[in-house]
Every structure is written in C-alpha cells, then in structure tokens.
Design a protein around this ligand. Sequence first.
Ligand SMILES: [Zn+2]
Length: 344
Amino acid sequence: MKIDYPLNFVKTSNIIETGKLLDKFLPSEKSYVVVSGPTKSNLISLDILKSLKNKPKASFKININSHNKIDSIRYEISSMNVNYIVSIGGGVATDFAKRLAYLSCIDLISVPTTVSNDGMASPIAVISENNRKKSLIGKMPDIIIVPIEIIKEAPLKFIKAAILDTLSNISAVNDWYYADENINLNTSQSMAINLSKMAASMILNIKNLLLDDERVLDTILDVQLLSGMAMTIAGSSRPCSGSEHIISHALDELGVAEQLLHGEKVGSISEFTLFMQGKSDKNVSRLLRNLGIKKGIPGFENMTKNEMIKVFRLSKILRPERKNILDKYDEQELYEKYINFLGE
Ligand SMILES: [Zn+2]
C-alpha cells in the first residue's frame, strides 16, 4: 500500500463554516460528486450544498456499502470527469467513498458527521460482501473537514464507541508483537506501533472522562488521526486491529450483540484478549467500568458453553493470515481461559 496522508485535517464549527471551506476547495473549475448516508447525513449534505457556489455533478445516497453498489456508481461517474468525491456522513458513507475513490483514482474530501471508530482518517474501507464485512484498501481522504457542532449532536454512544475502538489498540499491538518478534527492527512498523500506543495512552490519560465534554471530543479526533496514521504507515490495519477485532467479527457473523457499535464490542473484548496475552491492564479495566461496561465478551452472558466455543472456533479461522494470541490455544482451551478470566 502506498503511504498516503490526508493533506488537510481541519476542524470547523458548523455547517456554514464547513460550506465556506468547501467552497475554497471546490472552485468552479473543479467538478465533484457527493456521497452521503440515507437519512440525517443526507439532510446535512443538502444543507451544506445549498451554500456552495459550485454545485455537484451528482449526489448519491448510500445505505449499503456493497461491492455491487460501488461498481455501479463507479461506472456512472467514470464519464463525468470528476476531480473530487466528497463524502458527507458517518461510517457507511465514509467507507463507501474511501473504496470508491480508491478504485476510481479520484481525490477524496471527507466530511464526517459522526465519529464512532478509527475509520475517519484511515486507508481502510469496511465493505459488506454476502453479509460478511471485509476490511479492504480504501483511499485515505485527501482533505478531512470535521464539523464539530454536527459531531456533538450525534448520540453519546458514538463518542463512547470511538474511545473504545482506540482502547483496543493496546491489545492489537500486543498481538502484532506476538506475531512478529523482529518488529522493532523495522522502522515503519515500530513507528506505527508508537503512534497506535500514543493514541491509546491519550485516551487512558483523559482526566474526568465526560462524554459530552468538548475537550474529550477534541482528544478523540486527535487520537483517530494518530490511529489512521499508524495504519497508513503499517500499510494495514494491524496496529489497531488484533484478536479483539477478530472475535468481534465472529460475533458480527453470528449475529450476536448486533445492537452494539463496532468500537463498543472491540473495546470490551480487549479486556479478555489482554488477559490472554498475559498483559491485563488495570487502567483499561478501570476505563471500561467508568464507561459502564461489564467484564466479559458482549453476548456471552446469554450463551451456553457450546455457543461460546462456537464463537472461539470461528474466531480462529476468520483471518488465518493474521497471527494472534488466539492461535496459541484450541477453542476448548479458549473457553476455559475465558471462564478463568471472568473469575479473576
Ligand atoms: Zn476498529
């Protein structure tokens, strides 16, 4: 993967300021299309577009980020001579636009309307394929404009999920060390690890963690940029995604804990994967309890032993190329470790 940084990361206050800034990036000689989500972010995009002097060639409302949908829009815009794709929306619209921009080789301006995971400034796009989510290469946005007032309006569980996705960096990095003992010899890998750990420690060091505090939001945006940089330098999601993400993907595939956001799942699971790595961290546990999260893998509280074993069995085969701590044990042993973890 080519190392690719966002050229610009700007925080704006509201829709008007965002429109003014977009006007500067999109003068009349530039042509662009807009990708937004289906509901709230579509309304926000209409509001922003109203104020722009240069209007888009087309606008697309996205409710599913599937390969087919990406291909059909890619085909549609291929004859439009477009300079920019502008995405205005949450996770689905952003992932869609990142993949579309990557495949079409078109520059990307991203206006996130929520933050709930580290996808805002990463070169990874999560795409659905046959009900299975896949992390694929996407284009790192060239310009990111974050409208703070809009992000603040999103439910606080998005902020909580973003904190927890960053927290999972600690277990992800441990897995990477486990997979590759020569990691410190590789400068780009060790830089990626430093950035990832820095993001997690900034989260752990927030004093007085109040989800509706603007300073907390500010920190969350900063750590997301760090996590995105870490993934870019590594050329993969490795520094921010380890065994905790793999177990979470297994839950997704089995339709467990679907009411929770990605970040909520991976952050909670990381307490267990840290235990498995022999690196339980009381600061991580304390933060989870502060956020009202009970110890344990989400959904496991309602499962039988066999159901839990099934999750571990699936986790072990989901990403065979990504060595991690789960490889060390069979599913029965993982179940036993889990019971030990709960009783610890
Ligand atoms: Zn994640």
